[in-house]
Design a protein around this ligand. Structure first.
Ligand code: IPD
Ligand code: CA
Ligand code: CA
Length: 274
């Protein structure tokens, strides 16, 4: 039995082997989500607009069990159970078992399983599986990003005027003045179109695949961003906070774009609002 806090000197493991574990866990958990969607699920309320279902918890259990079966010393940060650390391994799996819970609960088919991996504090790979479209987005650091095994790239759109952008709103939208509505209305007047899909992880994948030109959000969590940030980076995209600093997945603010419209997005995000 491992003691809490005992350093583990895990040998570096091949990224292919790590990604394969993430891919099978995401696909298995995705299949479980579809079973719950068909058979029914129980909803609990974290607050009136923040739901969690037994499908979220079952998918999380599935992902952790599968990955742990391969890598028993690794650490986990998962949305529904927080940090699970048996030892101080350099590997930290960051998991959103169901990104898009509100969509899932309403039968709106835009949700996914998101699994990212940090090695010594740096996100090195990610797998995001959308079970309703059977779309698997993956990336390994320095080796590009793929959708169902085929390379993907960010768009080449040059201006906001011709951009399709996406954003989202946090569950404390009713409580905080930093609710993103100001940015939403500013971008609505400048972009070609604006969407709110309800799954930040898929928003990142779609930016990586060139389906969106840019994505911004305030008050995201690390599990919303970990896997998707590697996928965007590897697809040639740019990721920062609202001040233009390199993205930290622990920093809540995210701007992800094709790079070409990044400065223009930052300018809008930093506009003075009366
Ligand atoms: C939410 C979704 C949504 C975003 C919220 C997230 P959840 O995650 O990604 O698009 O706007 O900020 O919390 O609760 O469905 O896992
Ligand atoms: Ca999420
Ligand atoms: Ca979630």
């Amino acid at each position: 039995m491992l003691q809490s806090g005992v350093p583990i000197h895990d040998e570096p493991i091949s990224h292919d082997k790590l990604l394969q574990a993430a891919v099978s866990a995401s696909q298995e958990a995705g299949a479980l989500l579809l079973q719950y969607a068909r058979a029914g699920f129980r909803i609990e309320y974290k607050n009136p607009i923040n739901l969690v279902t037994d499908a979220d918890r079952a998918a999380e259990q599935c992902v952790i069990e599968r990955i742990r079966a391969h890598f028993p010393t690794h650490r986990f940060l998962a949305e529904e159970r927080g940090r699970v650390e048996k030892a101080m391994s350099p590997y930290l799996w960051i998991i959103d078992p169901l990104d898009g819970t509100t969509n899932f609960a309403h039968g709106y088919p835009a949700y996914c399983v998101s699994i990212g991996l940090e090695y010594e504090g740096r996100c090195v790979l990610g797998a995001i599986f959308d079970p309703t479209r059977n779309e698997l987005f993956t990336a390994i650091e320095h080796r590009g990003a793929q959708l169902n095994g085929r390379p993907i790239h960010v768009s080449t759109t040059m201006t906001l005027d011709s951009s399709l952008l996406v954003t989202g709103f946090a569950y404390d939208i009713r409580e905080t003045p930093r609710n993103n509505l100001d940015h939403f209305s500013n971008f609505a007047l400048k972009a070609q179109g604006l969407r709110r899909t309800g799954s930040a992880a898929l928003d990142l994948c779609y930016a990586a695949a060139g389906r969106f030109d840019g994505f911004w959000e305030v008050r995201l969590n690390p599990w919303d961003m970990a896997a998707g940030s590697v996928i965007v980076r590897e697809a040639g995209g740019q990721l920062t906070d609202f001040s233009g600093n390199d993205l930290s997945i622990y920093g809540q603010e995210l701007v992800a774009s094709n790079g070409r419209i990044h400065e223009a997005m930052l300018a809008v995000l930093n506009e003075e609002t009366p």
